[in-house]
Design a protein around this ligand. Structure first.
Ligand code: PMP
Length: 369
């Protein structure tokens, strides 16, 4: 037990840091720009909330957004970039409808399990590796799965937002098209787009706010969807309509554009990766320093974006969260399905925020350890 003198918590910090998993923190510069531009958008005479999606001003937003994303991710010219609605969850169904039957799934956490289950609703799909029984603590090693020849594609979730399990290299797919959910790690570090037939990511982590989903695909990998597939679930319809088969979420698209420009201003994906690695290492070092904190994920599969942890003495967790919030460290509660804590440290979380959290954790462990 701590003594009275040791039990005084750290003084509240002047600014607070928000560790929510998504919707997630946005850079203050982006919020400030949105605020300044809100009354009238780029000389259009209306606010971005009112702007028509066929207006020349919005066309410019679309063009710049696509150009910036292509540059940031080095997207090959023959790949298409789409902006869609329905979140990553709708992509769980669109992948099997458009890439062909017999999807093979690497199940490394709750989101890839959901992707697999959704695929099973609309097509044949199978898990070729499933970490459910082990409680999602690692990604598989190459020799642990086999992709059937007949598989339409191999699907993986690069970063599992709840389990905190991340692939640090694309899995080998034995020539079968690779499909990736990059929702919670896109732009956090470089990825080879050309290794993938399909990449999707909903925006509310590193790309802005909920309501828009980025899809990057190789048109040559598309199959004709089964009869009865609604037109909005057919990628070719969005390709032909240049992402405007219906009214898009103009504001979310605009915020996406701002986030991409902000990412460029920070030095791009390489600079983000260096910063994200430093942030993650700071937190894992605290977790590894003693058995006061626990993180079950294998070191080789640790996420740079979402760091889940528990206290060895789970009775202290409510107090941890309470004191953290009072110190200005907000939304550290783990996912409702797993409990405990989770620090989401996306691109917009400054290193100072992670350093403050690390210091709070060390201090809490000293006082209650
Ligand atoms: N995949 C991953 C990895 C996620 O983290 C999430 C949301 N947290 C989703 C899919 C689902 O995204 P959405 O709610 O936008 O459909």
């Amino acid at each position: 037990m701590a003594t009275g003198a040791e039990a005084a918590p750290l003084a509240a910090v002047p600014c607070s840091y928000y560790f929510g998993a998504g919707p997630a923190v946005l850079p203050p510069e982006v919020i400030a720009e949105i605020r300044a531009e809100l009354p009238a958008f780029r000389g259009s005479g209306v606010s971005i909330l009112e702007l028509g999606h066929r207006s020349p001003e919005f066309r410019t937003v679309m063009r710049e957004t696509e150009g910036d994303l292509r540059e940031l991710m080095a997207i090959p010219p023959d790949y298409a970039v789409l902006c869609m609605q329905g979140g990553a969850t709708l992509q769980f169904a669109m992948a099997p409808l458009n890439l062909g039957d017999h999807g093979a799934y690497l199940v490394t956490g709750q989101w890839s399990a959901k992707a697999w289950r959704e695929a099973e609703r609309v097509a044949d799909a199978q898990a070729v590796w499933d970490g459910t029984a082990d409680g999602y603590t690692r990604v598989p090693e190459r020799h642990e799965w086999r992709v059937p020849h007949a598989a339409g594609y191999l699907h993986y979730t690069v970063n599992e937002t709840i389990a905190g399990v991340e692939f640090h290299a694309a899995p080998a797919s034995a020539g079968v098209p690779l499909a990736a959910d990059m929702t919670s790690m896109i732009l956090s570090r470089p990825v080879k787009v050309s290794e993938h037939a399909l990449i999707y990511a909903s925006a509310q982590k590193n790309l802005g706010i909920a309501g828009i989903t980025v899809v990057i695909l190789n048109p040559a990998a598309l199959r004709t969807p089964p009869r009865g597939t609604p037109s909005l679930l057919d990628y070719r319809v969005s390709l032909e309509a240049e992402s405007l088969p219906h009214t898009p979420p103009v504001f979310a698209w605009y915020v996406l554009g701002k986030m991409l420009k902000w990412t460029r201003s920070q030095g791009g994906v390489g600079a983000m990766a260096a910063r994200n690695q430093r942030k993650a290492e700071l937190l894992y070092a605290v977790l590894d320093a003693s058995d006061f904190y626990l993180n079950a994920v294998d070191k080789s599969s640790r996420s740079w974006m979402n760091v889940p942890f528990r206290l060895h003495d789970q009775k202290l967790e409510a107090l941890f969260l309470q004191e953290a919030a009072a110190t200005g460290l907000k939304n550290l509660a783990g996912h409702r399905s797993s409990g405990g804590m989770r620090a989401s440290i996306y691109n917009a979380m400054p290193e100072a925020g992670v350093a403050t959290l690390a210091e709070f954790m060390r201090d809490f462990a000293r006082r209650y350890g």
